[in-house]
Design a protein around this ligand. Structure first.
Ligand code: NAD
Ligand code: WQD
Length: 332
């Protein structure tokens, strides 16, 4: 198939390009390079020995995306492009709604115009808010507490609405849990700018001696060791979920929703310990107050994705920690 990957030079998008190319698909990418570099294309080539077609385009400017559709006929779009920093979205809500929502509307208008009506969308477990029980299934109620999360929830609604009057649309909403890890080659991974917000990038900076210690945000949650529990998933497993979702997008119409997680919950201290053991390093930490907006526990029930997409995560925590560190060492 010929697939358009929006945001394809980013963290999850680049790993998905690799998996698509390795399964024989043709891939075109567009990205405005706001949070990624053009060098990623060379890394994808190095890993797969195949080229992706690249367009520099910004979703907010519809006409900048038009050549992508003029010059190709796509079987489906995998839509990663977007802004994703929760704290920044609280400070700059208009930026987030403009980029994520208005940008996606532009994309969908072009998809409709050029008769490509299959889209796989990067949603997030953040749409479940603070789930009342775990594991979380796809039919849990939705609630969000920040503009980033709201943009995902609204986009889920907008994409679902497309399917009501037009039965040709096929929309797959993938709700990711906590992606970490990197490509085993050490060539692709996540390298955020500035002081990281997320746990694994922060641990890496501490392990590298760039930050003195990890602040563990709260040890008084109702969890086995008092620290927050999440479902960490290897980015390569996540990428493979998208390739499997393509078959579903082609064979069905309407909206289909899947959790992409492992089904395992690990605490902050579990992650610190796993990282130390996997990489023979020490990660100094101290307990800090809870972070505003954090929830105690969130992990997926991934059975629906297994049943309907034939997908399940393969990699465990040791592998995630080893691959994260291998990539990080090359960037530091
Ligand atoms: P990323 O920032 O590495 O990749 C996103 C890419 O989109 C970047 O390369 C960026 O330059 C590009 N982009 C942003 N705005 C654009 C625009 N207006 N036009 C064109 N390109 C634009 O992020 P990621 O971690 O790979 O996340 C990919 C998607 O998955 C995002 O939609 C994100 O919200 C979602 N998601 C991520 C996580 C996570 O923890 N990483 C979890 C759940 C969902
Ligand atoms: C994980 C755990 C923290 C940093 C966020 C977004 C979510 C999704 C993924 C996109 C929590 C603890 C963290 C630190 C810590 N992104 N922690 N010290 O909050 O589950 O999810 O990223 O959709 O929308 O909200 O991930 O990695 O920030 O935190 O103790 O320095 O690590 O309290 O328990 P989170 P995270």
């Amino acid at each position: 198939m010929k697939i358009l990957v929006t945001g394809g030079t980013g963290y999850i998008g680049s790993h998905t390009c690799v998996e698509l190319l390795q399964r024989g698909h043709e891939v075109a990418v567009f990205d405005n390079l706001y949070n990624s570099g053009i060098d990623v294309l060379g890394k994808i080539k190095q890993i797969t020995d195949r080229e992706v077609m690249f367009y520099k385009a910004d979703m907010r400017d519809k006409e900048s995306m038009r050549p992508v559709f003029e010059e190709n006929t796509f079987d489906a779009v995998i839509h990663f492009a977007g802004l994703k920093a929760v704290g920044e979205s609280v400070a700059k809500p208009l930026l987030y709604y403009q980029n994520n929502i208005a940008g996606t509307l532009n994309l969908c208008e072009l998809m409709k115009e050029y008769h490509c009506k299959r889209i796989i969308f990067s949603s997030s477990a953040t749409v479940y808010g603070s789930p009342k029980t775990v594991p979380v299934t796809e039919d849990f109620p939705l609630s969000t507490t920040n503009p980033y999360g709201s943009s995902k929830r609204m986009l889920e609604g907008i994409l679902s609405d497309l399917c009501v009057p037009d039965k040709e649309w096929s929309v797959i909403l993938l709700r990711y849990f906590n992606p970490i890890g990197a490509h085993e080659s050490g060539l692709l991974g996540e390298n955020p700018n500035g002081i990281p917000n997320n746990l694994m990038p922060y641990i890496i900076q501490v392990a590298a001696g760039k930050l003195p210690e990890l602040g563990v945000f709260g040890n008084d949650y109702d969890t086995p060791d008092g620290t927050g529990v999440r479902d960490y998933i290897h980015v390569v497993d996540l990428a493979r979920g998208h390739v499997n979702a393509l078959d579903k997008a082609v064979s069905s119409s309407g909206v289909n929703i899947y959790n992409l997680g492992t089904g395992n919950g690990y605490s902050v201290l579990d992650i610190v310990k796993a990282f130390e053991e996997a990489n023979k390093l020490t990660v100094p930490y101290s307990i800090k107050p809870r972070r505003a907006g954090d929830i105690a526990v969130c992990y997926a029930d991934p059975k629906k994705a297994k049943k309907e997409l034939g997908w399940e995560a393969e990699y465990g925590l040791t592998r995630m920690c080893r691959d994260s560190w291998r990539f990080a060492k090359q960037c530091l």
